[in-house]
Write a protein that binds this ligand. Structure first.
Ligand SMILES: *Cc1c(COP(=O)(O)O)cnc(C)c1O
Length: 334
């Protein structure tokens, strides 16, 4: 298997969705193995060799189907490190899968470790606390790791992630300058859905600190708005650097099959010929389209208009397991 460390400058395309003209920043095209914001968040580790010369192991944790699992596996593969990735449970239906983030990470040599009762008791942890506290279990576990082991928190939520996200910010700002968008539009916004909120927060921070007037719009996917604000606050307590949070009017459970999500995903595929991710993107697009149709978004007039970007954050390997789940549940939609 060939894995390369190079991240290209991702292209920007103009598409029409539901009658709206939108620029798509194609971070899904950065590199075959490192897509979207995970590539941006791990760019520092990809490009850095000197400071990591003694590293032989990589430890992380999170959801069994996370896009970050696949990207971390590729990072470890490329560097010749062993990835030990901790999860609270491996569902039986997934165990033999060779597809998706889980199957593809194993193909890249990842060691996926279930925090079962034996392992927890060897770590002196009561199994009752496991699921709610994967974060804190791993935070204390990480303090006792040997110096040859690099620890990256769930979803790449760490301050070094800023380095790669700054590059993304610079690319978007350069595009806007080169295409005279600042002169021709009175407002420029970039929308994308958040998990940990790391990408949104660091991107908005860079724009503010560099006096680039681009507003970051986002929406929560894994928790509610207050959860997302809490995440922002952990990374930067200066509220003026926080992205704008759009409301989700529709109820959903993150990671669960959702008919309207599939329908929107399919509509996007037809209208733009771009494949989006099935976990986050339908939520992001739903929020964006609702916002564009609401009064709070600036309507296009003869003299002034707003330009809107949508950031494609990759994650397409996850569709390999999501699509069969949809096919099983709603065969009539296929
Ligand atoms: C990880 C991921 C997100 C969430 O990114 P955060 O920086 O954690 O908010 C969104 N979309 C895709 C496709 C992802 O892989």
């Amino acid at each position: 298997m060939k894995v390369t460390a190079t991240l290209s400058v991702s292209p920007i395309e103009k598409v029409n969705v539901a009658g709206h003209s939108i620029y798509i920043k194609r971070d899904d095209l950065l590199n075959t193995h490192f897509s979207g914001n995970k590539a941006r968040k791990f760019a520092y580790y990809l490009q850095q060799n000197q400071d990591l010369a003694n590293i032989t192991h990589l430890v992380s944790y999170g959801s069994i189907q996370a896009n970050s699992l696949y990207s971390l596996a590729a990072l470890a593969f490329l560097k010749g490190w062993q990835l030990n990735y901790y999860v609270s449970r491996i569902p039986t239906w997934l165990k033999d899968s060779t597809l998706g983030n889980y199957g593809q990470a194993i193909a890249l040599g990842a060691n996926i470790i279930e925090l079962d009762d034996d392992l927890l008791s060897s770590m002196n942890i009561n199994s009752a606390v496991k699921t709610e506290n994967l974060d804190s279990i791993m935070a204390s576990f990480s303090k006792n790791l040997p110096s040859n082991t690099l620890f990256i928190p769930e979803g790449g939520r760490h301050s070094l992630a800023q380095i790669g996200i700054n590059t993304l910010a610079q690319e978007v700002a350069d595009y806007c300058h080169n295409h005279r968008l600042f002169e021709n539009h009175n407002k420029i916004q970039i929308m994308f859905p958040s998990g940990t909120g790391t990408t949104a927060l660091f991107l908005q921070t860079w724009f503010k600190e560099n006096n680039v007037s681009i507003e970051v719009l986002t929406c929560p996917c894994v928790g509610d708005e207050s959860y997302l604000e809490k995440q922002f606050n952990e990374l930067n307590s200066n509220k003026s650097h926080w992205p704008t949070i759009l409301k989700n009017s529709k109820k959903f459970h993150f990671g669960k099959i959702n008919q309207s999500h599939y329908q929107l995903w399919h509509q996007l595929l037809q209208e733009t010929e771009i494949e989006f991710d099935l976990l986050y993107d339908p939520i992001g697009w739903q929020c964006l389209l609702e916002y564009l149709e609401s009064d709070s978004s600036e309507k296009i007039t003869a003299s002034s208009s707003s330009a809107i970007f949508y950031l494609h954050q990759g994650g397409l390997v996850g569709n390999q397991t999501m699509l069969p789940r949809y096919k099983r549940k709603y065969p009539e939609m296929f």
